[in-house]
Design a protein around this ligand. Structure first.
Ligand SMILES: Cc1cc2nc3c(=O)[nH]c(=O)nc-3n(C[C@H](O)[C@H](O)[C@H](O)COP(=O)(O)OP(=O)(O)OC[C@H]3O[C@@H](n4cnc5c(N)ncnc54)[C@H](O)[C@@H]3O)c2cc1C
Length: 333
């Protein structure tokens, strides 16, 4: 037998349903096929605050939604599959995030502090008229977050009184959530009429490498100005291939044109925390340290015993790199 639900009952039911979705929305980063690993770290941060709902917005991205629903800690996956989201343009994604916020009243919206997250969330925050909280490295309580300032020279603890907290998360500061053990449900996100006449996705060219991805590699070998030129980076590639390591660089090496800028580690490059970081011919400027000082073990090779990199390194070798690196390569089995 069916009975009528009163309008009061309906709004109560809606409120209860919305309650389930309350707390955190994580914007998942992916390439429509696979989840970007740093999203797993952001999910861990979100789980510290409350229930986790993830948004997968993309074009033909159902595989990512399946992958995400298995991730430990994910309660729900909202899928927005449309050609409008090709290229993950912030102008197209923002109306979707705002619509979700309107419908589900999230208290927190999180993304990784990557190019995608840094592009999208300030726009979302501006539209919601709240302050974005960027690049957090810790969560003290539901309103209080930790982040670094002055290129990592000072640690700031900030309390936000905004009703919705819009946050980017530094992946290296949180463990990755396990990719199994979850049983999140999946459903379509509400359809949003995306009118983006400001930007258009034309295409992308991605660098292909057989080496591990720099942001998630467990071993990184980086070269600096001391490498002298781009050809000499072959010394590092040879060593890296033997150690299954990724290769990074200082900004000086990038600015000098030795290597492309997607290899740059530091304040204005990638922030990484591998198990082992080997700095070769890098002086250890504060802006470089900002990108690697959370590495578990730091090894520095530099011919100048006074180089500041030795102050943060666990192991230091004062030697000419052109002697040290070939010797290391030949001794690694
Ligand atoms: C706003 C701002 C943002 C920045 N962002 C970044 C950033 O994201 N990442 C970054 O790296 N930098 C950044 N920088 C630049 C930074 O300040 C330094 O200039 C840069 O990190 C220096 O790079 P380096 O250590 O390779 O070069 P150098 O400081 O010139 O050091 C080269 C080192 O190589 C050693 N060396 C030379 N020859 C040999 C040899 N044969 N064998 C062994 N050792 C040798 C030298 O002793 C020296 O210590 C930024 C600067 C600013 C102002």
């Amino acid at each position: 037998m069916f009975s009528r639900i009163s309008s009061r009952g309906l709004s109560l039911t809606r409120a209860i349903l919305q309650q389930r979705y309350q707390s955190t929305l994580v914007i998942a980063e992916h390439n429509n096929e696979k989840l970007t690993p740093v999203t797993l770290n952001t999910i861990t941060a979100a789980s510290k605050i409350g229930d986790v709902t993830c948004l997968v917005a993309g074009s033909q991205c159902s595989k990512v939604a399946e992958e995400l629903s298995q991730v430990n800690g994910v309660q729900k996956v909202l899928v927005a599959d449309s050609d409008s989201y090709k290229g993950f343009l912030p102008e197209s994604l923002t109306p979707l995030v705002l619509e979700l916020q309107k419908q589900f009243n999230f208290e927190y919206i999180l993304a990784s502090a990557t190019a995608v997250g840094k592009n999208l969330l300030p726009r979302v925050a501006a539209k919601l008229d709240v302050s974005p909280i960027s690049d957090i490295t810790g969560i003290k309580d539901k309103d209080t977050f930790v982040r670094t300032i002055y290129a990592g020279n000072a640690v700031q603890t900030l309390k936000s009184s905004d009703p919705v907290k819009v946050i980017t998360v530094r992946g290296t500061a949180f463990e990755a959530a396990s990719t199994s053990g979850g049983s999140g449900s999946s459903e379509n996100a509400p359809t949003v009429d995306v009118k983006n006449d400001k930007s258009q996705f034309i295409g992308q060219e991605l660098t292909k490498s057989d080496r591990p991805e720099l942001s998630s590699a467990s071993i990184v070998i980086s070269g600096g100005r001391g490498m002298k030129n781009g050809d000499n980076f072959k010394l590092l590639y040879d060593l890296a291939d033997k150690m299954n390591a990724a290769v990074g660089a200082s900004r000086a090496a990038v600015d000098a044109g030795f290597v492309p800028n997607d290899m740059q580690i530091g304040q204005t490059g990638k922030i990484i925390a591998p198990d082992l970081y080997v700095a070769v011919g890098i002086s250890g400027a504060i802006q470089h340290l900002a990108g690697m000082k959370d590495s578990k073990v730091i090894v520095a090779i530099n011919k100048d015993p006074e180089a500041p990199i030795f102050q943060v390194s666990d192991y230091g070798l004062v030697q000419d790199l052109f002697k040290a690196i070939p010797e290391m390569t030949s001794s690694v089995k």
